[in-house]
Design a protein around this ligand. Structure first.
Ligand code: ATP
Ligand code: MG
Length: 447
């Protein structure tokens, strides 16, 4: 229940307001003088103050009321205040209202208007309190994260990114496969590094294979090794990445490029730890933590018959979705500062342009833009022109992270948020409108 403090020396006014609000489920406390009112504010939580402008000591000038208002503002900058004033003093009330979170009504007041004003201000104060609480929670969680884990110098400020990194750290210790998904240049490899750096095998080998950079026959030889003559040009026996990574971690980048034969073999290693080199019958056994990464839409590849469903479920025991940079606008400037060459500064316009750009190439594009700008900039200042951002970036295609927010994820977020849409949207890294659209799409009623 919200609490309203009425500070008015006229008992008739106090009683009328008390009756009005008790019918609307507000708790009303009355104070007869400014000192009494301030004492109550010091003692307990109040959501809205309704104060008179004239008190006995000085009945007409409104100076007592103005002084009270200023004191409340100074001590409780966020507390909403409604000034009740005579028509003759409206002007000075307006001046005060301009000073911040407040409203005014002329006496005699209109009940309906007063209730609406109170409702609006209560909502405002709840939102502010909630924001402040969330911010301090975030700060605390962030400090904890930085103290407990090696974040590999990752820069982030967006809550969605923070949650994802916290999850990466949390699952790092478990001996389960991790799949990192997200668009080009969003930071998938960075996240994979965080998982490795906080795992139980962080001191053991960390081997990476980029499946996107090799033709499919060679990927298999790279992964599993090959004996002499196993394929054209295999002039000597070689060990594969699984052997080199034994006891440690193997990062399979661009996993969507693996051939169907390679997928089958990979599935077997993941299930049994066993495999053979190409051109050999000798079974080998390894213990490897596999992290895979992709910007491909694996579920779509499964539907198209080009990726094995059973392998997918093996790889994605834990899926870490890296949101596109455009969906975590709060990360843009911190990242830009991070990539900024020493001694260089961004002009205000340049910062604005960075925030507005849609970043189809994500963090990598941002990094390149800043490196290029640092070379082009004549002086210490980097201007919009130096950034040379493409004038109109294409509208980014719906990202996999957005598309993969399914009904269950939305329902879970709504449940955690107690049905508060704005809060669920923040948790999912969506705007309120975007969440409504997704709810409609997956058939969750708006209430
Ligand atoms: N949060 C971050 N903090 C600091 N640097 C980052 C962050 N995210 C990405 N980077 C840097 O941006 C560049 C691109 O990131 P990364 O290689 O991890 O992206 P990716 O998603 O694996 O890209 P690709 O789709 O091309 O494989 C790298 O230089 C990386 O170090
Ligand atoms: Mg990568």
């Amino acid at each position: 229940m919200s609490t309203i403090l009425v500070i008015d020396d006229n008992p008739a006014v106090a009683t009328a307001l008390e009756v009005l609000f008790s019918l609307r489920d507000f708790q009303t406390i009355c104070a007869e003088s400014p000192p009494d009112g301030l004492a109550i504010l010091a003692r307990q939580r109040v959501d809205v103050v309704i104060q008179d402008m004239n008190f006995r000591a000085d009945t007409t000038s409104g100076e007592d009321g103005a002084a009270l208002f200023r004191t409340i503002r100074a001590r409780f900058p966020e507390l909403p205040v409604i000034l009740l004033t005579a028509w003759t003093h409206l002007e000075s009330a307006v001046e005060l209202v301009k000073a911040g979170a407040a409203d005014y009504l002329a006496k005699p007041w209109d009940d309906h208007k007063l209730l609406t004003t109170v409702h609006n201000l209560v909502e405002l104060s709840e939102t502010r309190r909630e924001l402040a609480r969330r911010r301090s929670d975030e700060d605390r969680r962030r400090t904890e994260l930085e103290q407990r884990y090696d974040l590999r110098g990752a820069v982030f400020a967006d809550p969605a990114m923070e949650r994802m990194i916290a999850l990466a750290c949390q699952v790092a210790r478990a001996d389960v496969p991790v799949l990192v998904t997200g668009p080009n240049g969003a930071g998938k490899e960075k996240i994979a590094e965080i998982v490795q750096a906080n795992s139980a095998v962080r001191e053991a080998p960390f081997v990476t294979l980029n499946c996107g950079a090799l033709p499919s026959e060679l990927i298999e030889a790279e992964l599993f090794g090959a004996e002499i003559g196993a394929y054209t040009g295999a002039s000597r026996a070689r060990e594969g990445k699984f052997e080199s990574a034994d006891g440690g971690t193997l990062l399979l980048d661009e996993i969507g490029n693996l051939s169907s034969n390679g997928q089958m073999k990979l599935l077997r290693v993941l299930e049994t730890g066993r495999f053979e080199r190409l051109g050999s019958n000798r079974e080998r056994q390894v213990k490897v933590r596999v992290i895979s990464a992709t910007n491909a839409d694996l579920p779509a590849m499964i539907r198209a018959g080009t990726f094995r469903e059973d392998l997918y479920y093996r790889l994605n025991t834990i899926e870490l979705r890296v949101p596109p940079l455009a969906q975590r606008a709060d990360d843009i400037l911190p990242l830009a500062r991070h990539f900024l060459a020493a001694g260089k500064q961004l002009t205000a316009d340049a910062r604005e342009a960075l925030r507005r750009h849609t970043w189809p190439g994500n963090v990598r594009e941002l990094k390149n833009a800043l490196q290029r700008a640092a070379l082009l900039a004549a002086g210490p200042e980097i201007t919009v022109a130096d950034l040379a951002l493409p004038a109109a970036s294409p509208v980014p295609s719906p990202s996999p992270s957005d598309d993969t927010i399914d009904r269950a994820a939305i329902e879970a977020a709504l449940a955690r948020a107690g049905g508060v849409i704005a809060q669920a949207a923040t948790e999912l890294g969506l705007s309120r409108q975007a969440l409504y659209r997704r709810m409609e799409k997956v058939g969750i009623p708006r209430e």
